[in-house]
Write a protein that binds this ligand. Structure first.
Ligand code: ZN
Length: 185
């Protein structure tokens, strides 16, 4: 059975207290006692302090990648901030609304995501590879459903949309650590 972060924190506090108590009479100081206690807890997954907070950023067309990354990062012991509507694209959720209403919701969601980045230690950019036409210099998302832009061979290239690019720039300018799903090209 794997302990929760809260249980580990409790355990760590108890261990630190126990170490301090037993070696209070020796020449090992409090700091060293704490180091030893923490070291003894590392093999069971304890990490000192608050877990890293990661904010996932990417196009909502990658909502499945948001779900997968959310699981991976959670299992790595991180607090995950993600899109709230992670069960479909924004178009699927809000595409039926009048344009003005749709635009207002998108703006509101973008703004909300920036506040999540404020809270995060790092951002994970979900830049999944998408079909790219090097001749037309454009992404061709719906290759399977419509005719291609031209006959040039298609390659795959990590995709970062407009909102995600803004979020990336914002995160960088605020000193957040940046990780990518795919190495950026
Ligand atoms: Zn083309």
């Amino acid at each position: 059975m794997k302990a929760t972060q809260a249980e580990l924190e409790q355990l760590a506090k108890a261990a630190i207290f126990a170490y301090s108590y037993y070696i209070a009479e020796t020449d090992v100081g409090d700091e060293r006692a704490e180091e030893l206690a923490v070291a003894s807890l590392l093999p069971i997954g304890y990490t000192e302090g608050t877990p890293t907070i990661v904010c996932l950023c990417g196009s909502t067309r990658f909502w499945r990648e948001f779900q997968a990354a959310g699981l991976r990062e959670t299992m790595a012991g991180k607090i995950v901030l993600s899109i709230g509507a992670a069960s479909g694209t924004d178009d699927e959720h809000f595409g039926g609304l009048p344009q003005a209403e749709y635009d207002a919701i998108k703006t509101q969601l973008d703004e909300l995501h920036m506040r999540k980045i404020d809270l995060a230690d790092e951002v994970l950019i979900l830049n999944k590879r998408q079909p790219w036409c090097p001749t037309c210099q454009m992404f061709c998302f719906e290759l399977l459903f419509r005719s291609r832009c031209c006959d040039a061979p298609i390659e795959l290239r990590p995709y970062i949309g407009e909102s995600t690019a803004r979020e990336l720039a914002y995160a960088q300018s605020h000193g957040k650590r940046v990780r990518y799903l795919e190495e950026p090209s």
